[in-house]
Design a protein around this ligand. Structure first.
Ligand code: LMR
Length: 394
């Protein structure tokens, strides 16, 4: 039967990992996949993660199954992290631990389709390169709303609101909680407020992908949109990832939270989510979630983790500034100042796919075909080379 299958091209982001690894040029620069890198270009395990892992090795006395929800202590900790301590007593909430944020997206899609066959979800244009395939393959009907203006390097907010005024009651609205991937350009608080009004008026279901909490403007600030939706919308779906903020990429730690209209509905949603998990992969992996739960429930470790996160954030801010300075020297005719208005790992440079390909071939600079760059790949050492490389293809 397999002879009928056509070969599939590799994922545009993931294939860059191998391409960059196999490039033997010393000066090569990796601005591709969204992982954090320190000033040396490494992705180290967080100090607090190491400490929690040591604690786990010493204290864990069983590896018996936990169940389809995963670690309930982790799920409570994630709810508190997103919505504050009172959230764990809110009976409209239900959370399951998932294999990363992508696992959460997929379980959410399955559950949405059980609740509302043929459901439509509105996604930003552009959005993370796996949103459309992942949600589309699951069977959701996708529509897009304008988000980013390549000319002005700003959000097309009026066009976004215009498009969304066509959304029908019960349709889903996918929003990036913070650190928009791929553009790095986030809604302002005033814009979030207007989106919340629209959600209420048009009876939409906000679906917030929250993969970068803590990487934007600070832990609390990054949560503005999600807390607003929690307060205002009658139903809410949130997918959370601990890949970036805990650096647990390959351990696959994520969570899916539903906020239902009332506690009784929440019980049905919760049982359906557990059923979906059981029929898809049965149970999530444990290790990373146990690490996160320990860090979040230990005051000293939690404070230290927030410091680690602040340091990563500060480095990204510094590298944005440095790149803008170097670009101003290397390409004085072009304005790249919008880069300093972006947050999180990514921003758009506004160059063509052909220029991106030339950067890879001629200069060993790896980045996805859209003009997204991962700011984490910039260091004090490579910033000038990078700016000159970009200038060379403009
Ligand atoms: C990214 O956008 O680079 C990350 O979220 C990694 C991935 O899986 O695509």
């Amino acid at each position: 039967m397999f002879e009928f299958l056509e070969p599939k091209p590799a994922d545009a982001i993931l294939k860059l990992i191998a391409e960059h690894r196999d490039d033997t040029r010393e000066e090569k620069v990796d601005l591709g996949v969204g992982v954090y890198r320190d000033a040396e270009g490494n992705t180290p395990v967080l100090r607090t993660v190491k400490k929690a892992e040591h604690w786990l090795v010493g204290s864990q006395d069983s590896k018996a199954y936990l169940g389809s929800r995963g670690d309930a202590v982790f799920c409570d900790a994630i709810e508190k992290l997103m919505f504050g301590d009172a959230a764990v007593n809110d009976e409209r909430l239900s959370t399951v631990q998932t294999p990363g944020g992508s696992g959460a997206l997929r379980v959410a899609a399955e559950l949405i389709l059980r609740a509302s066959p043929g459901a439509t979800i509105w996604v930003s244009d552009p959005t993370w390169n796996n949103h459309v395939p992942l949600l589309g393959e699951a069977g959701l009907n996708l529509r897009s709303y304008p988000y980013y203006d390549d000319e002005t390097n700003d959000i097309r907010f009026d066009a976004m609101m215009d498009a969304l005024s066509e959304a029908q009651p019960g349709e889903l609205l996918l929003l990036h909680g913070c650190c928009h991937n791929p553009t790095g350009m986030d809604l302002t608080r005033a814009q979030w407020d207007r989106v919340a009004d629209l959600v209420v008026e048009r009876e939409l279901v906000p679906f917030v992908d929250f993969a970068y909490q803590g990487f934007g403007n600070g832990f609390e600030d990054d949560g503005y949109g999600i807390r607003l939706m929690y307060e205002r919308a009658s139903e809410l779906i949130v997918t959370q990832s601990c890949s970036k903020n805990f650096g647990l990429y390959r351990d696959r730690v994520g969570a899916l939270t539903f906020v239902a209209k009332d506690p009784e509905t929440a019980k049905a949603v919760d049982s359906q989510a557990l059923f979906v998990v059981r029929t898809m992969y049965s149970l999530p992996p444990d290790h990373g979630a146990a690490v996160v739960a320990h860090i979040l429930n230990d005051d000293a470790l939690r404070a230290e983790w927030l410091d680690e996160l602040a340091a990563m954030r500060a480095r990204l801010k510094g590298m944005r500034k440095l790149l803008v300075e170097e670009l101003a020297k290397a390409a004085p005719d072009r304005d790249f100042s919008h880069i300093e208005r972006t947050t999180g790992m990514f921003c758009y440079l506004g160059i063509s796919a052909e220029q991106v390909a030339r950067l890879k071939k001629e200069r060993g600079v790896y980045r996805v075909g859209s003009s997204r760059i991962n700011v984490c790949g910039i260091t004090e050492r490579n910033a000038r080379y990078l700016a000159e490389s970009i200038a060379s293809v403009l």
